[in-house]
Design a protein around this ligand. Sequence first.
Ligand SMILES: [Zn+2]
Length: 695
Amino acid sequence: MKMSGTIAFMLAALGAPLPGSPGVVPTPAAVSGVEATSTRLVQELVTRHGEGQRVRIQRGLRQVRAFWRTEDGDERAFEAFAKAHFAGDQSAQDALFNRLEFVLESAFGHALEVGRDFRWYSELDLGPMLPVDEVLSGYDPGAHFVDDAFTNKLAFAVLLNFPLSSLEERQRDGATWTRRQWAEARLVDLFAKRIPAEVNQAAAEASGQAERYIASYNIWMHHLLDASGHRLFEPKKRLLSHWNLRDELKSRYAEGPGGLARQRMIQKVMERIVTQTIPAAVIDNPLVDWNPNSNQVLASTVQDSDQAIPAGFKPSSTPEPDTRYKVLLDCFLAVRKADPCSPTAPTHIARSFEEGRQLPEARVKAILEEVCGSPLVKQVARVIEHRVGRKLEPFDVWYNGFRPGAGLDETKLDALIKAKYPTPAAYKADMPNLLQGLGFSPERAVWLASRIEVDPARGSGHAMGAQRRADNAHLRTRVGRDGMDYKGFNIAVHEMGHNVEQTFSLVNVDHWLLNGVPNTAFTEALAFVFQAQDLKLLGQPLPDAKAQAEKTLNDFWMTYEIAGVGLVDTAVWHWMYDHPAATPAQLKEAVLGISRDVWNRYYFPVLGQKDCVLLGIYSHMIHSFLYLPDYAIGHLIAFQIEHEIEKTGKLGETFERMAIQGRLTPDLWMRGATGRPVGPEALLDATGKALKALQ
Ligand SMILES: [Zn+2]
């Protein structure tokens, strides 16, 4: 896990669904007047700054115009602003750029520090919290920065002078851009949207409603009955859809064939949820018993919670009234309100791919299909079939039996680590050694350790980067009263990986505006590189080739599973855009149809059950606004990065070389890091090799 700073939050917001300004689409009557002013204004500015500036002048005025609202001033104010703020030659532009980079580092960096201090006592284990800590922890000093920048016209000064660019332009020309051009692109990105408050509000409400719907969608497992009325699950087990249901299903592989009936039952429950044939009365209700196969509902014969079952209670078997799809539809209708004022990315789908993940949709789709359709799927499936000793079934899409060799003796490791790290300060003091152990030079290790503070976390670990180069990153780690245990150490090493990335990508990147990595998949991948080495740091043997091969097959199978889910999510959003007046029932039919299509193409040949709808179960599809393609892409990115570091055999140097590239597009970053764009080749190659190694 990583905790990013205010800027990362703000930048994430740019990729989020809510751009634009209501003034973007002027009424026809307004156009002629505005055009007349613009033509005259362009001419005046060209006369003053020279013909060579014409293109910049036209573009700058267009960009300011796109966001200028009535409350910003009349045509006269617009003209006066443009004349005063247009930087008409290179030295004026350099001065403006440098000034902005200086103040933005200060604004974002200090806002992050203020926020960090406000949350200091709620995040750190420094004694009891005060009632006021809850108030303090809810305050974000950077939250209104972009609004303020439009109000005081800082945003317009940027839009007037620096070019907005589309993902298409960045993909096409970005490799030939100078670092300064990239920094300018990130500068103007900050103000590429002016979110109308009411659009923001509508999306927040829809999102909140969806969160609440998902958060209370529990199944009481002890109340599920099989055909002979037996309860297959333990009392009091209350599982949230879909995460807990899926994890329960995975955990039952440990029981071998004995788990099979339970796994099949969980699959049936999931299908009932997706098809909305689930009786409404069984959702989060310990008072009823339910046979998911026959769909019969009865008053429960066991009391499994504090609630007593009322005498004569007769539950209804009426199905949930397509609420799942009503919630999704409401999310769609809310984010769609931003479309008319988002000229460069006029749909949520475009914003999600082009501004959020910064990978074109067609490429992402092709990558996901390449994984799902790979001939390796059948080969890995044969290995699984051999291990489970039966034909595979749809739920085996969550098979989790690829495991590296013998388990660790954690008790022994706990004792070793507790003695070594009784306090966070002891871990801090040992960081130069740990970093050298990972492969950094002594000089680099000492420097990095001096830039990372170690704090006692209240919760589990996290890594919080800085945003000002004079500030340090913070590693939050949980140290028990009797010292750090192995789990704590494993997490601390992961978080230290984030901190090292954060330090290199802030302090050693040539432009502050380019600080960071393209998206969170990249920092996670770099943190996993550290985490995978934790045993080596303890003088324990690293996983052998066979264990590595198991890990690779596990990664491959997980990517295969989640790639199909990403394809479904994307297709569902296209369907909603094609049918904006759809009813929840129509959306349900569409989701079922899409889930079946993807299943029949990529999963049925391997896992059977034609027309299975299991791919529609992910809760993210309902409340996360087209987030699901990120998971598969994240796995692939992690694999590419890990593979490159392994190949060079020089973790320290390679890690630094990658991290100091800064926030380019994912493809450009990956080309710089590995020589190839983002793609599945590294994972597929390694999977082929792993299959051979395990034969
Ligand atoms: Zn992490």
